[in-house]
Design a protein around this ligand. Structure first.
Ligand code: ATP
Ligand code: MG
Length: 385
């Protein structure tokens, strides 16, 4: 796949000249002649590199550069400033605005070409490194309907406040994250799966990612029943998650309440499994069975965090100390009943941790996110992935 370069210049001759040269070298070329156009194309077409002129009528190159750096979706794209302004101050301003390199016109085409090559090679290496440092955390419920999705959404939102985070809903046909965050019927995963596997590229995936107002990025399934008929194989699911790891620091996956071939594969590849349980005899029995099966497929207890979710206040609930004994495993977190705030946040389309950050349940989610982050980094560090 050829790399895609966006050239931004208000001078048409310049655009043509550089464009032709880059095309001849096998790059795919996009052009923009105003700052606004450049911002729109950078966001929608996700170039691998931007060559940016400084003096343009609507918005200067420094401003374009700052805005590109401000938006998480365009923030990682390398930028070369290419301009007739050759003063040291101009260069300093360029680097301060976030440029990766600075070239003054006229430049020998061979020099431009070699700088482009060097920067693309460096950013490809950085992308690979980012992928290898990324974390995947899978959420699975010991039983349906006990708050697994709510937990995944809030942990992802809390993680997303510190690091680029993608939350993905691997439940075509029964996905509820889109609806709970105000996205209506989102079909990102379904769109990807309707393509041949070879076309499920990082760029194709990025194009299906929706961004919540909070900055949290989402790859969603819808709750349309016909999506359950989609052929989502463990291979395609694994490929999607691997690509997502190159696009964010944390990848949070909602796998719902069942251990299938697909969820098994994702959990095997994840640094950490978060298992939600409810404090009832039935719920704890199911959790025990699930842990036993996870162990059989190579997901040992050390890679599992158990979260006890108390959706209702009940004197009949099994106390957490007893739940720990039954499961022979400590609870990483205990979530309090919060029906009102859970309902209101879902109606508002906002995760609880952002909707009511001071609620007790919000601090429980945030604390859990911190623990998950620390713990999975330790797991990743020991190579136990
Ligand atoms: N701590 C809580 N206290 C009270 N209600 C909660 C709590 N957490 C979640 N809920 C509510 O419980 C309901 C089910 O939550 P959620 O959809 O997260 O469960 P789930 O386990 O993902 O369900 P499914 O098995 O259908 O995927 C929702 O209405 C949600 O708002
Ligand atoms: Mg759910």
């Amino acid at each position: 796949m050829s790399e895609r370069i966006l050239i931004v210049d208000d001078d048409v001759d310049s655009l043509k000249l550089i464009g032709l040269m880059l095309q001849r070298q096998g790059y795919e070329v996009l052009v923009a002649s105003t700052g606004q156009q450049a911002l729109a194309k950078a966001k929608n077409d996700r170039p691998d590199l931007i060559i940016l002129d400084i003096m343009m009528p609507d918005m200067d190159g420094y401003e374009v550069c700052r805005r590109l750096r401000h938006d998480p979706t365009t923030q990682p794209i390398p930028i070369i400033m290419f301009t007739a302004r050759a003063m040291v101050d101009d260069k300093v301003a360029g680097f301060e605005a976030g440029a990766d390199d600075y070239l003054t016109k006229p430049t020998h085409p061979a020099e431009l070409a070699s700088r482009i090559k060097a920067i693309l090679a460096r950013s490809a290496a950085q992308n690979r490194a980012a992928g290898s440092h990324a974390l995947t955390v899978g959420f699975i419920g010991a039983k349906g309907g006990l708050g697994t999705t709510t937990l995944a959404v809030n942990v992802a939102a809390a993680l997303g406040q510190n690091d680029p985070t993608i939350l993905t809903d691997f439940r075509p046909g029964v996905g509820t994250i889109g609806l709970s965050l105000g996205f209506g019927r989102s079909t990102g995963i379904a769109n990807l799966l309707s393509r041949p596997a070879s076309e499920i590229t990082p760029r194709a995936i990025e194009n299906e990612i929706a961004t919540h107002n909070s900055g949290l990025r989402l790859l969603l399934s819808s709750a349309r029943p016909k999506e359950t008929l989609l052929m989502i194989t463990p291979d395609s699911a694994s490929m999607i998650v691997r690509h997502l790891r190159t696009l964010a620091r944390n990848v949070v996956v909602d796998l719902g309440p069942s251990l299938t071939r697909l969820s098994a594969r994702i959990l095997q590849e994840a640094e950490l499994t978060v298992l939600t349980v409810e404090p009832t005899r039935i719920g704890l029995t199911m959790a025990n069975d699930l842990m036993h099966e996870l162990d059989q497929i190579g997901i040992s207890e050390s890679r599992i965090s158990i979260v006890l979710v108390n959706r209702a206040q009940s004197s009949l609930a099994v106390p957490w100390q007893e739940a720990e004994k039954i499961l022979n495993h400590p609870m990483t977190a205990i979530i309090s009943p919060a029906p009102e705030v859970a309902f209101q946040a879902a109606e508002a389309g906002v995760p609880i941790v952002l909707f009511q950050p001071n609620a007790i349940v919000a601090s429980q989610f945030t604390k859990l996110a911190e623990e998950i982050s620390t713990r999975s980094r330790v797991m990743a560090g020991t190579g136990n992935t």
